[in-house]
Write a protein that binds this ligand. Structure first.
Ligand code: ATP
Length: 342
């Protein structure tokens, strides 16, 4: 659907060259929600703005539905941009226009009759749940409502792709959740491909199918969301995940042999990752039944992804050393990721 091939983009700032995006290649599939996560300045916005050519890449190609659009200009560029909606952190609504008029703006360039336009706007208002706010002005709306208007406006021309640049970063957690639910709904209902850029792990976990992690202009890790977050490879990916699930605190206590864990200094400690929320308890009792290996749970976390639940347990192990090895093999056969902390 969207192919980015060896994209590079630099800026000149105060006599210095900033390499915002360095040789990035990504393939975004039709109908998926693709996340790009990274800290501020990683190059996420610049990369995403290359998709609709708001930034012109210096090197590389942008291919959409098999067509190389990198050098599109004029009418072809405008037509291509109609297929790609975009929403932003600060909504970018016109303050002097009502909600209805804001959504109407992109439709003014089309050949729809006034009646067709009204019908379209009303159906978009219904889709984003703002029918009763049609005549309000942006200043009379909450942040979440403003973002709903921006989503309706972005969808007015029936785009195939929606780019979301930190769309929930200015919102509180509850409003963030409701906007993410709306994005999930439009993705499913309209078969829309969505690209989400964010520095918030929770956003990626809640709606994305696949994710790319960016650092200093490069993609350092990419893949299916559950694979990447169950078994992160790059240090920066690990830091995003650990910030979200407090694993680091547990790991530090183990390293320091802290008395509060109640673990003997000689006991092995494992960190287990498995799919399915209820898998943990039965697996631990199975270890005892089969191998007489006791696994005392000293850390636990459940992550909720778009289509999957992933459990994580920190366990202190007790048993005969040979049987402990057998127990570990058994867990690996059950598709549990076993990380030996010591
Ligand atoms: N128009 C510009 N002129 C000069 N430098 C720029 C411009 N746009 C981006 N940059 C620089 O490029 C780098 C990447 O910025 P970019 O906005 O793409 O990162 P980001 O990951 O989206 O971060 P943020 O979330 O803070 O926007 C940064 O060092 C930034 O200062």
């Amino acid at each position: 659907m969207i192919e980015l091939e060896h994209i590079s983009k630099t800026f000149e700032l105060n006599g210095k060259t900033v390499e915002a995006v360095k040789d990035v290649s990504l393939q975004i599939r039709e109908g998926e929600i693709f996340g790009i996560i990274g800290f501020s300045g990683a190059g996420k916005s610049t990369l995403v703005r290359c998709i609709n050519l708001l930034e012109k890449p210096e090197k590389g190609r942008v291919v959409i539905e098999g067509e190389d659009i990198t050098h599109f200009e004029g009418r072809r560029l405008r037509e291509m941009r109609q297929k790609i909606g975009m929403i932003f952190q600060h909504f970018n609504l016109m303050p002097s226009r009502t909600v209805f008029e804001n959504i109407e703006l992109p439709l003014k360039l089309t050949r729809l009759t006034e009646k067709e336009r009204r019908a379209k706007i009303n159906s978009l208002l219904d889709l984003v749940g703002l029918t009763d706010k049609a005549q309000s002005y942006p200043s009379q709306l909450s942040g979440g409502q403003k973002q709903r208007v921006a989503i309706a406006r972005a969808l007015a021309n029936d785009p195939k792709v929606l780019l979301c640049d930190e769309a929930t970063s200015a919102l509180d957690p509850q409003t963030t959740h409701s906007i993410l639910q709306l994005l999930k709904e439009v993705n499913a209902r309209l078969k829309l491909t969505i690209v989400v850029i964010t520095h918030q792990m929770e956003v990626i976990k809640e709606i994305c199918d696949r994710v790319a992690v960016m650092q200093k202009g490069s993609v350092v890790e990419e893949g299916d969301i559950v694979d990447v977050f169950s078994s992160p490879q790059a240090p920066i990916t690990k830091s995003f995940i650990q910030a979200a699930d407090k694993f680091e605190a547990f790991s530090d206590l183990v390293k320091l042999n802290s008395a509060i864990t109640g673990i003997k200094p000689t006991q092995p400690v494992w960190f287990l990752t498995y799919r399915g929320a209820v898998a943990g308890e039965p697996l631990m009792s199975e270890l005892y039944r089969r191998f007489e290996v006791k696994a005392n749970i000293i850390y636990g976390n459940i992550d909720y992804f778009k289509d999957c639940i992933v459990g994580k347990l920190g366990v202190a192990i007790d048993g005969e050393s040979e049987r402990i090895e057998d127990a570990k093999q058994f867990l690996i056969e059950q598709k549990v990721i076993v990380e030996v902390l010591r």
